[in-house]
Design a binder for this molecule. Sequence first.
Ligand SMILES: *[C@@H]1O[C@H](CO)[C@@H](O)[C@H](O)[C@H]1NC(C)=O
Ligand SMILES: *[C@@H]1O[C@H](CO)[C@@H](O)[C@H](O)[C@H]1NC(C)=O
Length: 493
Amino acid sequence: MGSLTNHQNQHDNKSTEQPHVAVIMVPFPAQGHLNQLMQLSCLITSYDIPVYYVGSAIHNRQAKVRINGLSPHDIAKIHFHDLPTPSFASPPPNPNSSNKFPAQLQPAWDATLGLRQPVATYLRDMSSKANRVVVIHDPMMAVVVQDVVSIHNAESYVFNCISAFCQFSFNCENKGIPFPIELPKELPSIEGCLSDEVQSIVALQMEPLNYRAGDIHNTCRLIEAPYLDLLAREDETGNRKRWAIGPILPTKLSLANKSSDGKLKCLEWLDKQEAKSVIYVSFGTTTSLSDEQIEELALGLEQSKQRFLWALRDADKGNVFDGEVRRVKLPEGFEERVKEMGIVVRDWAPQPEILAHPSTGGFMSHCGWNSCIESITMGVPIAAWPMHSDQPRNTMLVTDILKIGLVVREWTQREELVKASTIENVVRRLMASEEGNEIRKRAEELGATVRQATEEGGVSRVELDSFIAHITRDNDLLARTTSLGSSSQTSVV
Ligand SMILES: *[C@@H]1O[C@H](CO)[C@@H](O)[C@H](O)[C@H]1NC(C)=O
Ligand SMILES: *[C@@H]1O[C@H](CO)[C@@H](O)[C@H](O)[C@H]1NC(C)=O
């Protein structure tokens, strides 16, 4: 009864308007991470739980302007809390660097690590307004949210935005142990994946990561059950919970409104192409290719004689709103020559809609986890050209393990220029060969089952419901004690 009395007292002191549970999202400021926590925010608000998305003003703005495929109705329900943006340098990426890790983002990340104090103040404030504060944070933000342990009614969960396969393999590497189950071939080397500076940010997270109550994964047991099980076995505390709720992107994208919006002219173009005839080419927001490499890629696409939609952008700066961006040059006359077969998009591309479009039959990708999970979900096979970080290992998952893709360039050859002839060859294999058709068929089948997993009764949906039930647990108890105490205070949400 002691705890009942406590709850009761807590309630009597509070307004009936406040939410029972407040979910606070704390993303890491890089597009792929901002995006996934936006997607998760939308999923959680759909359960009528208030979500607060917390970051520096410019990174919150970045998250909002680049929304892809999410419902405006869901987004309107998210509360954005802008922390003052610390000042940081925002240098351009270096397209000539042989190491493709986006080192230009480091100053923004360093500045973000200084947000511990304002985040702690915000969490304390929220803890006085809600019965329970649930912090969901990027693993790279553990050090920033660490004061959650000193707040009596707060708990934190890590949102893992990379594949379970990659995550587990990195853990093995850190511990110096071999990967415990047989793999089709040797794991790609970690060499060249990260910068020294980012490794030191990772190292800072290790201790505060121990404070987490559980893990959420943007993956699905249908894709990664063995690696999720391996991760579960690593938990020395034995009581951390784990939910694989992915894919968290919307799986039913509306294409009905595309024509009214000039920005989406690439979707109109796709409408005019034959089913599964187009390869979508994009290397995400952190890759900056040299002029020489862009030229080889352009020629390779042209020579393949396959239809293509190429999203051509330079990598992000720490502040994506700040100043000039390199406009990558294409070979002389290229766009004119290919105008019957391809289109180059330099604006922000609606990637999930492109991948969901019936004309899209392949994706040449750097294999960031967002791109992989989007491609898997939409049933599109991948031509994998990993650049850095988790991408070489995601490539292995997609090509050697799931068998829904081909490799453009092996990780061991990462310092070499990829020639037009190599690109031409791999595009033809994927888009115009029996081998490619089989890969595409497997990708389509996997996509269909993965989409099912997020439907009522599907494996990922069951895990999401379980997570929601967990963070809203004790509701009945609270409601009961409240109504026992005072009939005017029954509206605990
Ligand atoms: C990269 O190299 C090209 C020549 O290949 C040069 O024109 C360009 O200025 C270089 N860019 C940077 C940022 O160093
Ligand atoms: C199209 O856009 C309108 C106005 O933005 C919106 O109300 C409607 O729901 C959209 N239709 C679809 C099918 O997305």
